[in-house]
Design a binder for this molecule. Sequence first.
Ligand code: KIV
Ligand code: ZN
Length: 528
Amino acid sequence: MVDQSAAVQTRALRPPLDRKRVYTSQFNNMVRADTLPSRVMVLDTTLRDGEQTPGIALSTEDKILIAQALDELGVDVIEAGFPAASVGEQEAVGKIAKLGLKSRVCGLARCVKRDIDVAADCGLDYVHTFIATSDIHLKHKLKMTRPEVMARAVESIEYAKSRGLTVEFSCEDATRTDLDFLKEMHVAVQKAGVDKINVPDTVGTISPSAMEYLIKELMTVTKVPISVHCHDDFGLAVANSIAAVRQGAQQIHVTINGLGERAGNAALEEAVLALMAFYETDMSIDTRKIGPTSKLVSRLTGYAIPGNKAIVGNNAFAHESGIHVHGVLGDPSTYEAFGPEMVGVQRSIVIGKHTGAHSVKEKLREYGMELSDEQVTQVVDKVKKLADGGKDVDDAELVALASHIVGKREAHQVKLKEFAVFTGMNTTPTAVVSIDVRGEKKTGTAIGIGPVDAAINAIKTVMGSDISLEEYRLSAITGGSDSLCEVTVRIARNGGKKTMSIGKAVGTDIVQTSVDSTMEALDRLFSH
Ligand code: KIV
Ligand code: ZN
C-alpha cells in the first residue's frame, strides 16, 4: 500500500459511522477488494469544477463562505478556483488561501509557467496542474505531439516544485488516453517530483469495471497516491470513484450536490456515504455537516437540489406510502439505510395517494391535532380522492382538511385588524400591525430586510418572542407581473402545548399574502 507522505496528508480522521445504525447489504463485505485503502482523502472542487456548472458564478464573499463550510465539513483539500482565469478569481483564491483553514487549499493551473506563478503568488502552497493526453485532445485541441505534452508536463511540475508547491497533476481525458502513453506520463511526472497524480474521467465515459482495470494498471507504475476525478455524463461518477478506490486510489475529487461542468462531478455526499457505509473507509468528513453544507451551496449558487437527489434531496428521507410509513414508525431501518440525523437532514412523512392512517395520524400530531380513528379515516379518504384527481396535498392543506372534518374551528382567536408596510429606495422597510389576540388589540412595529421580513417581524413583535418562523415558501401561480402568488408559512411556539402550525394563502400581493398565511398559522396555533 502507498504511504501518504506529509506533503499530501492533511486532516485528522472523524469517527466512523456508527455501525449499529447503518443497515446496508451484507453482500458489500463479500466483495471488499484487498486493494481498498483504509483511508480515503477528499478533494472538494465545488469552488472550481462546481463553479463551471452552466449558470453558476460566485462572488468572492460567497466563495469564502463555501470554503469555510467545506473546512468545517472536514474535506482534506479545497480546490478553491483557477487563479489564472480572472483577476477576481485570483483575489478570491488568495483570500481563501489566507483564511488559515484546516483543509489544504489548492488552485488549478494549466501546464503553463504563468498559471503556476499566479497560483503561487496569490498565496497558495498547493497547485493542481493538468494537460490533456488523449489523442482526441492532442489532435483537436492542443495540436501537440505526445512527446511535446510530456515535456510540458515535466517542465511545469519541476517549475512548480522549484517554487515550493505541493503538486497534484492530472492527465486530462486520462480515461480516453492510450494506456502505454498514460503509464509513461505517470512515470515521467513522478521523476519530475509530483506529489499526487489525479486520473480524470473528463468526459465521464468510463464504466466502473473499466475504471477498476485502469487504476489497477496505473498502480503498477505509480508510487505516489492516485486520485480520481469523475464526471457524471452517464450517471456513473460516484460508481466510478468507488471503483477507483477499490483498486487503490487514495483520493476522490468531488463537489457538493454533484455540481460541475456539464452533468457535473461525483457528489461528495453520495461518494463519502457510500465509502463509509459500504466499506467502513476512514475519512475526515463530519457527515452531520453534509446537509447544511449542501443547503448553503444550493442557496449561494442558486442551484436547486433535485427532490430525489440521494442523501440531500428533500425526498431522500421522505416516506409517502402507507406501508413504508408504518414500517418507518415501527423502526426506521425498514426503509432507511441510515438515519437522516447522521447526515444532518430530517425525515419527513409526505401525504399522497398511497397514504395510510398511520401517516395522517403522525403528520397531524406534528401540528398538535389528535383525531379519532374515524376522523382519520375520513381524512385519508379525502386525501386519496384528491390525489386520484391529480392534486397533491401539502401539510397546510392536510391541516385545513382535518380542521374541517374535526369541525370545531370556532371564532378566530387571532385576527388581523390593521396592517401597513413602508418601503422604497434608500428606506429601511418598516411595518406596523394591529392584531386582535383573543379580544385584546395589540400593536407592533418592526423593520426588516425587505417588506415581507418587516411584516412578519412586526407580527412576531406582537405575538411574543416564543414564536418562530420555521419555513416560508413562496411560489408564483401564473406567469406575468399580475401573477398570483402562493405563500406557505410554518411557525413554531417554543414551550407551548401546541408547538407547530402551518398556514397558506393565495393572493396578488406578496406582502399581504405572506401576512395572511402567517395569520392563518397563528390562528390555528392559538385555537386550542
Ligand atoms: O475534468 C477534468 O478533466 C478536469 C481537469 C482540470 C482535471 O476538471
Ligand atoms: Zn472536471
